[in-house]
Write a protein that binds this ligand. Structure first.
Ligand code: AMP
Length: 271
């Protein structure tokens, strides 16, 4: 596996090229995306770039876990051919053009983190233009990110095929996340309740389709509060538009964001 800092050295001759954009601190969620890419493509490029423009000033950019040597070993073992790990100056020699995807960016994560998705969309498009992948791999763990990238690719005719992979979880159901290492032992024990509540909501709506999603939310929120969560949003959504929905449809997803102590957790499951 080559480690590349300069986009001029990214030229990959063998196609198809699969691309996995990441911010590092790899866990099985990242590695599953890399393995899927390695299975489906002649070459796999993984980017490791902690993108400053998707963090607000008060967020955890400086504390974001970083360990490139460990990540390089894991990426190679998962089948990556190139680890593209550019500096911030390489990606942002200046900052004048921004990609903003209206609509799908605005609710939920976008309402809580108003500058986040412009940062994501801009860096993803820049990385696509540097790597020129045939396919790109994203995790459904970040459902709204998938919706934003999909819409951007459609609206701007970006020639890439998108692949979205289901969330990889710990044995107790907690969605894997680079930020889970910051949970205290007590919080780590409570954290899987977030997934339990989503699974229960999905079951309740499937078992009684006459009930409305928003009728189920208050009891689920109360259950999370009892476990020490501070719920930011909990809703049934259409993942194409990221609009809330009331009635069951098999393509919809239950989404949640909640704080547990100082850590913000997000998760989602199929309806
Ligand atoms: P990040 O490094 O957090 O920006 O994530 C890089 C990619 O890995 C994104 O497409 C994420 O959605 C995906 N990802 C993160 N956590 C998981 C997980 N638990 N399961 C599957 N994919 C994930």
């Amino acid at each position: 596996m080559r480690i590349v800092r300069d986009p001029a050295e990214l030229a990959v001759t063998e196609r198809p090229v699969g691309f996995v954009p990441t911010m590092g601190a790899f866990h099985e969620g990242h590695l599953e995306l890399m393995r899927a890419s390695a299975r489906e493509n002649a070459r796999t490029v993984v980017s490791l770039f902690v993108n400053p423009t998707q963090f607000a000033p008060h967020e955890d950019l400086s504390k974001y876990p970083r360990n490139e040597a460990r990540d390089a070993e894991l990426a190679e073992a998962a089948g990556a051919d190139v680890l593209f790990a550019p500096s911030v100056d390489t990606i942002y020699p200046r900052h004048t053009t921004e990609v903003r995807v209206s609509g799908v960016s605005e609710r939920f994560e976008g309402a809580i983190r108003p500058t986040h998705f412009a940062g994501v969309a801009t860096v993803v498009l820049k990385l696509f233009n540097m790597v020129r992948p045939d396919r790109a791999y994203f995790g459904l763990k970040d459902l709204q990110q998938c919706a934003v990238v999909k819409r951007m690719v459609e609206d701007l005719n970006v020639p890439v095929e998108l692949r979205f992979l289901e969330t990889v979880r710990e044995q107790d159901g907690l969605a894997m996340s680079s930020r889970n290492v910051y949970l205290s032992p007590d919080e780590r024990e409570r954290a899987p309740r977030l997934h339990d509540v989503l699974v229960q909501l999905a079951r309740s709506l499937r078992e009684d389709p006459s009930v409305l999603a928003e009728e189920l939310v208050p009891a689920a929120t109360a259950a999370l509060n009892r476990h020490g969560f501070e719920v930011q949003y909990l809703a049934l959504v259409d993942p194409e538009s990221m609009e809330p929905r009331s009635k069951f449809h098999s393509s919809f997803r239950w989404i949640v964001a909640a704080r547990l102590g100082n850590i913000r957790l997000i998760d989602n499951v199929p309806a």
